[in-house]
Design a protein around this ligand. Structure first.
Ligand SMILES: *Cc1c(COP(=O)(O)O)cnc(C)c1O
Length: 324
């Protein structure tokens, strides 16, 4: 098999193109406001609620966009990915809608509910031992053997462009903003959102938010190169990545003003806030951006501030533990 051609770095034009490709398939998620939240932050906040996206997180945008680019040969063989989280379900659901096969490589100790959800969308799950096997190598090898197209969770131009449609929709509703807070794992969401901000609200400062235990992107930005860390221990499992992507990092360097961190305790406090005040179930990772704003990690007094709420997939028993 010939090697995958290298795709060009994504631009705002790709975000605009993705918006057309996902229209009708993805939900246009609501932008919510809360007077209590505004009072706490001393600012005017606009929450872009991806917890109400299909399959419960923004990841559907990037996955669906990526698959929409497949040609006949790629469609015939299907899509493959590695993920234990929301990207797995996003690929499985997008493949089902597109009528193609999906294979998902997941750690054998992934929560049974997540494996079941992925199978429920029709995805074939292959498990691996995450202590002895490298998922990226295994994914590449399987994709090659089966002729399937590998769509990784964040390090891909079509994934980044798809994720950026979330911020594009937000600016379409709010107009220009002073700040946009976005959580960050591998940098797919913030990459796309930063491209949208630069094009639609050029003076808007984009702030990345990571869990305290896993501040690899903050370190990378400071050092000017991608820093790899050990798998961080945090309840923000969606942002427990060990490094940002190759396509993602230059966008972050160019368009992200600052990267800050929040603690797990602040995430729990924010989960409780969303549940109690805004009647929303938000997963720990989905609370990162809001936690930075509500705890005034960056002063935004009197400003108009966008906050991406990235997802709402959390086991109900865990959720109950967190908010009780
Ligand atoms: C994947 C994910 C993230 C992190 O996104 P990246 O594109 O890897 O930076 C944040 N929140 C949720 C809910 C996710 O599923």
């Amino acid at each position: 098999m010939s090697p995958m051609p290298t795709l060009a770095a994504p631009t705002y034009a790709d975000v605009a193109d993705a918006a057309q490709r996902i229209a009708g398939a993805a939900h246009r998620t609501p932008v919510m406001t809360s007077r209590t939240a505004d009072e706490r932050a001393g600012a005017t906040l606009f929450f872009k609620c991806e917890n109400f996206q299909r399959m419960g997180a923004f990841k559907f945008r990037g996955a669906y966009n990526a698959i929409s680019h497949f040609d006949e040969r790629q469609r015939a063989a299907g899509v493959l990915t590695y993920s234990s989280g929301n990207h797995a379900q996003a690929i499985a659901l997008s493949a089902k809608i597109a009528g193609i096969r999906a294979t998902i490589v997941m750690p054998e100790d992934a929560p049974a509910a997540k494996i079941a959800a992925t199978r429920g969308y029709g995805g074939e799950v292959i498990t691996y031992d995450r202590y002895t096997q490298n998922r990226e190598e295994l994914g590449r090898k399987l994709a090659e053997e089966r002729g399937m197209t590998l769509i990784p969770p964040y390090d891909h131009p079509h994934v980044i462009a798809g994720q950026g449609t979330s911020a594009k929709e937000l600016f379409g509703e709010t107009g220009p903003l002073d700040y946009l807070f976005v959580c960050l794992g591998g940098g797919g969401l913030i990459g796309g959102c930063a491209l949208a901000a630069a094009a639609l609200s050029p003076s808007c400062k984009v702030i990345g938010v990571e869990p305290e235990a896993g501040n690899d992107a903050q370190q990378s930005l400071a050092r000017g190169e991608i820093v790899h860390i050990e798998v961080p221990r945090t309840i923000a499992d969606g942002a427990a990545s060990t490094h940002v992507g190759e396509y993602n990092f230059p966008i972050i360097q160019r368009h992200v003003e600052q990267i800050v961190t929040v603690s797990d305790a602040q995430l729990i406090d924010t989960m409780r806030f969303f549940a109690e005040r805004m009647k929303m179930v938000v997963e720990p990772t989905g609370c990162l951006a809001a936690a930075a704003v509500l705890n005034k990690v960056v002063p935004v007094e009197g400003k108009r501030v966008g906050v991406i709420v990235s997802g709402g997939n959390v086991d109900m028993a865990r959720f109950a533990q967190f908010v009780s």
